[in-house]
Write a protein that binds this ligand. Structure first.
Ligand code: SAM
Ligand code: SF4
Length: 440
């Protein structure tokens, strides 16, 4: 028997890319590949890329440049680019970086095995189609091997919202929801392999409307179906759009014990003028009222968000409105970005904000968000939380896991194992994590 070929995958960007990388590794596993952690001993290198901001896309080209020496030493090495940069700039990548053998978009990676075979024969292969066939159906069923206690599960892909700054509707295509029975089967399989927490993924996950036995299911209805799976202890979902936060989903946050008290609900900005220019179709006020309703259903829920500063035509007054919104909502965690021009999106054509002013605003926003994050984390001290242990810690006997609110928690002298869910009392709050002790 010949030695297995080695596959090195590097993943950039969102959780959907993490999920896609897993599925690509599994698809190539059927072709005799095993994963390696080092590019140096790989027979195939795959970069699963992100196009959301300019810097993310540029990183791909510099990373590819670094593989020149490897390819010179090992001419059989195949190099592939997958993900959203592949989708947006496929031909450009082939032109700019001749060492690339294969380019595959996020909707066609079920064809990777055939593409790999062609690349082995010396062909340059590019597939950035949005094929009619369902990628998930074409992919081989997932392996049965035991795995860690948390998993991502993509339930919905693409986006029809067309926010003026965003490339996702172009790179991931129109919004499509997977049928509920296939998601439930995949979830059941994951639980059979040791998974206890599943995060449902979608660019706009709360717009989920996959086919069920009696018509389309909402995300809340899908969650209630997942709730019935024995051995699945925790359910999360990300990322949501404020306009798709339906009543049954808000209610589920108060009534479904497996649905964790954490919600990532990006608002992007606090100025109605900017929100309108962004094509967000909600106002700051409607977002704040929504958060109030969610907190009424689940008072302890931790709210997370995304922000863009320096969007075209943003004035200091507009930025202050973002700061005011943050003060009012109080975020447990958040991601904030300087606006990055994306060619082909409507905002790319507009008057850009002075980069120094945008940098300054980003710093001020991040200082406020960091302060809030710290306060929310510190407020956990003295509380009892559930912790799902994911790995052993750096110190002997220490275990590390995530709380219901997604805080990292470590427990010293811990008698529990990876995959155990335990009640923990939080005793102190550190730089980026909490320390706790087992209860009982
Ligand atoms: N669908 C999600 C939503 O609407 O909130 C977000 C998807 S996007 C992958 C993640 C985040 O990247 C966005 O929420 C936004 O804050 C940020 N983002 C997207 N395009 C951007 C751009 N051109 N410049 C800076 N940040 C951007
Ligand atoms: Fe991009 Fe807006 Fe769609 Fe989110 S909702 S993926 S930000 S277009």
């Amino acid at each position: 028997m010949s030695a297995p070929k080695k596959l090195f995958i590097k993943t950039y960007g969102c959780q959907m890319n993490v999920y896609d990388s897993e599925r690509m590794a599994e698809a190539l596993g059927g072709e005799g590949y095993v994963e390696t952690k080092s590019a140096d001993d790989a027979d195939m290198i795959l970069l699963n890329t992100c196009h959301i901001r300019e810097k993310a896309a540029e990183k791909v080209y510099s990373e590819l440049g670094r593989f020149k020496g490897l390819k010179a030493d090992k001419p059989d090495l195949k190099i592939g680019v997958a993900g959203c940069v592949a989708q947006a700039e496929g031909e450009e990548i082939m032109r700019r970086q001749p060492l690339v053998d294969l380019v595959v978009g996020p909707q066609s990676y079920h064809r990777l095995p055939e593409m790999e075979a062609k690349a082995r024969e010396g062909e340059k292969v590019l597939d950035t189609d949005f094929p009619e066939e369902d990628k998930f159906e074409k992919l081989k069923s997932r392996p049965k091997a035991k795995r860690g206690p948390t998993a991502f599960l993509t339930v919905q892909e693409g986006c029809d919202k067309f926010c003026a700054f965003c490339v996702v509707p172009y790179t991931r295509g129109a919004e499509v929801s997977r049928p509920a029975d296939r998601i439930l089967r995949e979830a059941q399989d994951l639980v059979g392999r040791g998974v206890r927490e599943i995060t449902l993924l979608g660019q706009n996950v709360n717009a989920y409307h996959g086919a069920g036995p009696n018509g389309d299911l909402t995300l809340a209805q899908l969650i209630w179906e997942l709730d019935k799976i024995d051995g699945l202890e925790r359910i999360r979902f990300t990322t949501s759009h404020p306009n798709d936060m339906q009543d049954d989903l808000i209610e589920a946050h108060g009534t479904c014990a497996k649905l964790m008290p954490y919600l990532h609900l990006p608002v992007q900005a606090g100025s109605d003028k900017i929100l309108k220019r962004m094509n967000r179709a909600h106002t700051a006020e409607s977002y704040i009222r929504l958060i109030e309703r969610i907190r009424a259903a689940r008072p302890d829920i931790l709210i997370s968000g995304d922000f863009i500063v320096g969007f075209p035509e943003e004035t200091e007054e507009d930025f202050q409105a973002t700061m005011d919104l943050v003060e009012e909502v109080k975020y447990g965690t958040a991601y904030s970005f300087k606006y990055s021009t994306r060619p082909g999106t409507p905002a790319a054509e507009r008057a850009q904000v002075d980069p120094a002013a945008a940098d300054d605003r980003l710093q001020r926003l991040q200082a406020l968000l960091t302060k809030q994050q710290r306060e929310v984390q510190d407020s956990m001290v003295g509380r009892e939380v559930g912790v799902l242990f994911e790995k052993t810690g750096r110190l002997p006997g220490q275990m590390v896991g995530k709380s219901d609110y997604l805080h990292a928690v470590h427990v010293a002298d811990c008698s529990r194992e990876v995959g155990d869910l335990a009640r923990v009392r939080i005793v102190s709050s550190g730089a980026n994590s909490l320390a706790g002790e087992l209860i009982g």
